[in-house]
Design a protein around this ligand. Structure first.
Ligand code: ZN
Length: 211
């Protein structure tokens, strides 16, 4: 995809996420790997609903700014994921309400936060490892994500929000939306009576590519 087209795609998908309440204020950020090995990221303090294609930050793998506005302070962990995942073409990080609420709960399974109850969670998201809390922008968060990157494509940052990798931006946005809706269902189901029927081990295995 030509760079101009990718820039316009970032603006359009950012606006779509914002319009539907997946991000608010200046929360959340997007990035895309370009063919020449540089990256486009959303600028620091930018609102996903009002991105400007001409002012997106273009950065190198070492974080150096090539052109555009200063990148999001969270670009360090985007770059860590690109370093660890050669097939990763885009990263979406949101502060979406239900996934953030889930990230604040005590007693979560750190290997996979959500016990599967829909096939879509198994096929598109799982596992969802929980990473411990660090101050936003902390280099420790980037280090930890780089180490954990080979184990999953989605991650939940404690008391912060979800990070989703994808082969391209549309793929990562779709999975980020699925993750937010699954987190919303976690809270809806826990308000019900009689508990949740989770998928059995056999039901989960038949959804996975190798079983
Ligand atoms: Zn964040």
């Amino acid at each position: 995809m030509a760079e101009l087209h990718i820039r316009e795609h970032m603006v359009a998908l950012g606006a779509s996420l914002f319009a539907r309440g997946y991000s608010a204020g200046s929360g959340g950020n997007l990035s895309v790997r370009l063919d020449d090995g540089t990256f486009l990221t959303t600028p620091t303090n930018s609102c996903l609903g009002r991105l400007d294609a001409g002012r997106l930050s273009r950065i190198r793998l070492d974080g150096a700014l090539v052109s555009g506005d200063s990148p999001t302070k969270e670009s360090a962990f985007h770059l860590a994921l690109y370093r660890a995942k050669p097939d990763c073409g885009a990263v979406v990080h949101l502060h979406s309400t239900y996934a953030v609420a889930l990230s604040c709960l005590l007693g979560l399974d750190e290997q996979d936060v959500i016990r599967p109850f829909t096939p879509y969670y198994v096929m598109k998201i799982a596992p969802l490892p929980l990473l411990p809390y660090f101050k936003p922008g902390s280099p420790k968060l980037a280090e930890l994500l780089e180490a954990k990157a080979p184990t999953a494509k989605c991650f939940l940052l404690a008391n912060h929000g979800p990070v989703v990798t994808g082969k391209n931006l549309e793929d990562a946005v779709n999975v980020a939306e699925e993750l937010e809706e699954t987190a919303r269902l976690v809270f809806l189901l826990h308000q019900g009576q009689g508990g949740v029927r989770h998928l059995s081990g056999a039901e989960i295995r038949e959804l996975l590519p190798i079983h």
